[in-house]
Design a binder for this molecule. Structure first.
Ligand code: ZN
Length: 267
């Protein structure tokens, strides 16, 4: 359902002021993550994701990794690590988070690989968003190496990232779709910040019903212990969260009040 919704919107990206665009849509257009011929997901792998609480309706293989719930790349190593969730003090969640967090404090180096000017500027802004929080994670842009590499590829709008692999480091790769740069710098900032949020373990704030931000779709699945509400953040829909599943062309690119509360709590 979401797939056809996405295609419809992408066909008329500027037709409406409040159109909802999946922040991390399916990746048909994203060459780096679809270059390999897809392998079949085995029944035992499907069951494993199901028992972890994921929505397996669009689960598929991308190279040797898994792509689940539209925009989450999970490596086989990360899948294996999910059997023993990271123990943290207090509730788990962003507003909602995945099983693995990243080590804190730490400096997270980020490199942009041949980015267009808008996306490069958006990356600087996204890094500033995190650093303005004054949390244990310090993001630093670098020109060589980098714990996270941000690339630009494909023709849609949005991006794709993954969850922390469970070794204390963030997920190492973000792809921003090439059509994103046609939107405002604020929207580009929103998308890059959102994807970096996934890299440090944030789930979609409206995981329980994507229809809130996307206009259609349902739950992404709670996970066995991966979506516990944090005191001080809403149990319902936070329309301003940068981690909602879909975004509009009027996003500000800034964290919501409760996004800040959540990240301060976690890191
Ligand atoms: Zn996302």
């Amino acid at each position: 359902m979401r797939k056809s919704f996405t295609s419809l919107l992408l066909a008329v990206p500027f037709a409406a002021a409040m159109l909802a665009i999946p922040a991390c849509q399916k990746t048909e257009e994203a060459a780096p993550v679809t270059a390999n011929a897809p392998q079949a997901v085995t029944e035992s792998e499907r069951l494993r994701f199901q028992e972890l609480g994921f929505d397996v309706s669009d689960l598929r293989k991308v190279g040797s990794d898994f792509l689940v719930e539209g925009d989450m790349i999970i490596t086989p190593q990360a899948l294996g690590a999910m059997g023993s969730p990271v123990v943290v003090n207090g509730p788990r969640g962003e507003q909602y988070r995945t099983y693995n967090l990243v080590r804190s404090p730490q400096v997270i180096t980020v490199r942009g690989a041949s980015l267009s000017t808008p996306i490069s500027q958006a990356l600087d802004r996204a890094i500033a968003n995190f650093n303005a929080l004054g949390i244990g994670l310090t993001f630093r842009r670098v020109t060589t190496g980098g714990l996270i590499v941000v690339r630009e590829s494909g023709s849609g709008a949005g991006g794709v990232a993954g969850f922390p692999p469970g070794n204390g480091s963030p997920y190492g790769s973000v792809t921003i779709y090439g059509g994103t740069r046609n939107y405002s710098l604020d929207v580009c900032e929103h998308v890059v910040t959102h994807e970096l949020g996934h890299c440090v373990g944030l789930r979609h704030t409206d995981w329980f019903n994507r229809a809130y931000s996307c206009g259609s779709g349902g739950t992404e699945g709670q996970g066995t212990s991966g979506a516990v509400h944090i005191p001080g953040t809403p149990t319902g829909y936070d329309a301003n969260s940068i981690m909602n599943a879909c975004f509009s062309s009027t996003e500000t690119g800034e964290f919501s009040t409760y996004d800040r509360t959540a990240l301060n709590y976690l890191y």
